[in-house]
Write a protein that binds this ligand. Structure first.
Ligand SMILES: Nc1ncnc2c1ncn2[C@@H]1O[C@H](COP(=O)(O)OP(=O)(O)OP(=O)(O)O)[C@@H](O)[C@H]1O
Length: 743
């Protein structure tokens, strides 16, 4: 008889596949038999296992439970590991025994189909598989000893594959085939021939068994039996103990054999060692698995956190976008609100200013005990007084209209025609003018009356014109320095009066054209409160404001720099303008570079070079004092400007006597030449306000009133009793005197 390799046409190079199941005992027998029979071949353990279905997870009591991805992969990994551990348990003893063993795992629900698939896919030429049929499963379908799997495989397998079915043999031969002579307990080897006819006929299949058997020599059978009986003798026996198949096959099997005992003892101890090592490795593996599970859990947590953070980030981005949009719209709103606020602020400031001015005027009005009958003129009168606004009667023109000289009710007057636009009612105008007229001071231009119809103001006419014209020396002899200092004291006096009024009154438009000189060169400030009267109209007017802003450069030179920033006129604004006027009086120089030049001259101790020499011989020490004072008034910050009532007045006051003397000297020259009827019989001075008394003589009003009020009822000239004490203004004489003075 030939070897089994020859019988099944297996060469040395062929790998013998052994289909192994989950039962270790059966598998050990199967592998034992195979390694004994195929001593030179590579052995590959073929194991078919069902896929690690999720069903086993979801078939739990947790109905409706949806396993997560990580749970599924962990479950599958666990299943795969279990299968590998099973196979390793089979393969490890083989490898230890020097067998070239490997494993092939096929995932399939149906084992026999998996075997057929493996045969086809891996072109298996030799397969050994157990063929024991389970007794309790025997049924009508199973007419042989072969298991259902074996029958299926035998029928379906490729003819090129030699399949050896190994039966352990609890069944009788007769159940397999009537001609089968194998002992009941002996493993049965079946071989599927490659003969096609054999496959086609069931009869032929059954005949195969004796054919195969004839290849098995008696030694084979015996050996199989012996191994089998050995297995039954010792339950401890394990195929794992096979370490060397050469030795294994060569060993004589006698239970009393000492060598065998030694070998067994040795093998048992080695087995223990291996098992211990395996246990350690299992423990390590278990630890690693635990670690892996922990890491997986952590990873999952991190993934969950990451996804939560991603959601948060997305939500944050959305919120940021929303907020940005809101901010943009809020900024838009803010800008529009700011514009509205600024507009309202301007309106409010204007309104407050007007209210303040009106309040001041009203307070002055109510506190004033000096009741004056305030004449209201008709437009007809104004028209007549100015000879139909004849240009030859026009004195000048400012920002707020033209000024005409006029003869009104036999008085020589200056009529200021204010702009007629605006919504100010005549009554309102008249009221404001009356309030203004009550602010009286010797150095303030007297407001005689007004014409609400033509919005004109009637002032006393000052025949020496404005300081502006004198400084410009327009057809006039230069003012001597004494008059100049006198003028500055007059201005200072008027300003102190205004600023100390309750409430404080700010002129706000102080400049040489507003300083008018009377016949005695007494300076009077004009245009007080005109701004408030006109502002109302200007505010209401459109851009076609007919008022021409002439000489704006010069105008700005007198304006407080802080007013230009804040838009608010303060008493210190008047101080600034006063400082500039004082510098002009001292130097007679143009406005441009005036402050710089005077400062420079003072620094160089060379003031004389900038003083107006046409004013005479300036007293240098005092003039220097005045120059320093003027420069302080012109300080950019109002905080650095001096106080008029204390500091300025204390410097100007000592000049007064000298200056008044000089002024009288100047005017007395005129007096000497004056016609006698221009001179008041009482005070012997040229009359300013001539009034006719009941005796027919003309007197200075102040003088005759004083005469009468002191209890006289007789004429100062005739000493006769006066018929009445009424006084009538002598306008004709007034005009004549004024005309004479202007010569
Ligand atoms: N009562 C008056 N007696 C004599 N002259 C006067 C009188 N009032 C004004 N004037 C003259 O009329 C001119 C015009 O005065 P007005 O006040 O209208 O303008 P302004 O002072 O030159 O500038 P603005 O008013 O624009 O600031 C002045 O230069 C001044 O000489």
């Amino acid at each position: 008889m030939g070897s089994i390799e020859e019988a099944v046409s297996v060469t040395e190079d062929d790998t013998v596949y052994v289909a192994v199941g989950n039962n270790p005992k059966k598998t050990q027998l199967l592998l034992h038999w195979t390694t004994q029979k195929f001593t030179r071949n590579k052995i590959c353990l073929l194991h078919i296992h069902p896929p690690h279905h999720l069903n086993s997870l979801t078939d739990t009591n947790l109905s409706g439970y949806e396993p997560k991805d990580h749970e599924i992969s962990a479950f599958q990994e666990h299943g795969s590991q279990t299968v590998h551990e099973l196979l390793d348990q089979y393969i490890f003893p083989l490898v230890s025994a020097g067998v070239h063993a490997s494993k092939l795992l096929i995932e399939k629900d149906n084992i026999e189909k998996g075997i057929i698939e493996a045969i086809a896919q891996h072109t298996i030429r030799c397969l050994v598989m157990g063929a024991d049929a389970d007794r309790h499963k025997l049924g009508a379908w199973n007419c042989s000893k072969l298991s259902r799997k074996a029958i299926y495989v035998r029928e379906q397998a490729s003819l090129s594959c030699n399949i050896l079915f190994i039966c352990k043999g609890n069944l009788t031969r007769s159940r397999v085939d009537s001609e089968d002579t194998i002992e009941e307990t002996a493993p049965v080897l079946l071989m599927l021939d490659s003969d096609k006819e054999a496959k086609q006929s069931q009869k032929a299949k059954s005949k195969l068994i004796p054919d195969v058997l004839k290849y098995l020599d008696s030694g084979d059978m015996e050996e199989t039996k012996k191994v089998n009986s050995h297995s039954s003798l010792n339950a401890e026996w394990s195929f794992n103990s096979v370490t060397d198949r050469t030795k294994l096959t060569d060993l004589p099997i006698h239970e009393n054999d000492e060598t065998l005992q030694n070998w067994r003892a040795k093998e048992i101890s080695r087995k223990k060692e291996v098992e211990e090592q395996l246990a350690r490795e299992k423990k390590d593996v278990q630890q690693m698995k635990n670690q892996r599970d922990k890491i997986m859990c952590e990873l999952q947590m991190v993934r969950d956190q990451s996804s939560a953070l991603r959601n948060q980030l997305f939500e944050s981005k959305c919120t940021v976008t929303e907020l940005e949009e809101k901010i943009i719209s809020a900024v838009g709103l803010l800008i529009s609100f700011k514009e509205k606020r600024d507009k309202l602020r301007t309106e409010h400031a204007n309104a407050v200013r007007k209210v303040e001015v009106l309040k001041k005027m009203e307070e002055v009005d109510t506190t004033s005990s000096y009741e004056v009958e305030f004449p209201a003129f008709s437009f007809m009168e104004i028209n007549e007084a100015t000879h139909d606004f004849d240009q030859s009667w026009k004195i000048g023109e400012g920002r707020y209209g033209s000024v005409y000289k006029g003869l009104l009710r036999n008085m020589l007057v200056a009529i200021k025609m204010l702009p007629s636009y605006g919504c100010q009612s005549q009554l309102e105008f008249q009221h404001q003018v009356e309030v203004l007229s009550r602010v009286r001071h010797p150095n303030l231009l007297t407001l005689i009356g007004s014409c609400a119809e033509s919005k004109s103001l009637v002032y006393e006419y000052l025949n020496n014109g404005s300081l502006e014209s004198h400084l410009a020396c327009k057809d006039k002899t230069p003012l001597p320095w004494q008059i100049r200092i006198s003028i500055s004291t007059n201005i200072c006096s008027a300003l102190i009066f205004l600023h100390s009024s309750e409430p404080c009154i700010v002129h706000g438009n102080l400049k040489p054209s507003k300083v008018l000189l009377d016949a005695n060169f007494v300076a009077k400030l004009g245009d007080l409160g005109i701004h408030s009267l006109v502002q109302h109209s200007v505010d209401s007017a459109d851009n076609t404001n007919p008022v021409v802003c002439h000489n704006s450069h010069n105008y700005l030179a007198y304006v407080d720099p802080e007013y230009l920033v804040t838009g608010k006129s303060t008493p210190e604004s008047d101080v600034y303008s006063f400082g500039i006027i004082l510098l002009q009086l001292l130097t007679g120089r143009p406005l441009s570079g005036l402050v710089r030049d005077v400062r420079c001259a003072l620094e160089k101790e060379n003031l004389k070079t900038v003083l107006d020499s046409s004013a005479g011989e300036w007293p240098l020490d005092q003039t220097k004092q005045l120059a320093y004072l003027a420069l302080r008034c012109c300080e950019k910050s109002w905080l650095n400007r001096p106080d008029l009532a204390s500091e300025v007045w204390s410097i100007l006051k000592p000049f007064r006597t000298t200056c008044i003397d000089r002024r009288q000297e100047l005017t007395s020259k005129k007096l000497q030449r004056a016609p006698s009827h221009f001179v008041c019989p009482i005070v012997q001075e040229v009359m300013e306000d001539p009034y006719i008394a009941a005796d027919g003589f003309t007197y200075e009003e102040e003088a005759i009133r004083g005469w009468l009020e002191s209890g006289h009822n007789t004429s100062p000239m005739t000493n006769l009793k006066l018929e009445h004490t009424n006084l009538v203004p002598n306008y004709a004489l007034h005009n004549a005197i004024q005309e004479w003075q202007q010569q």
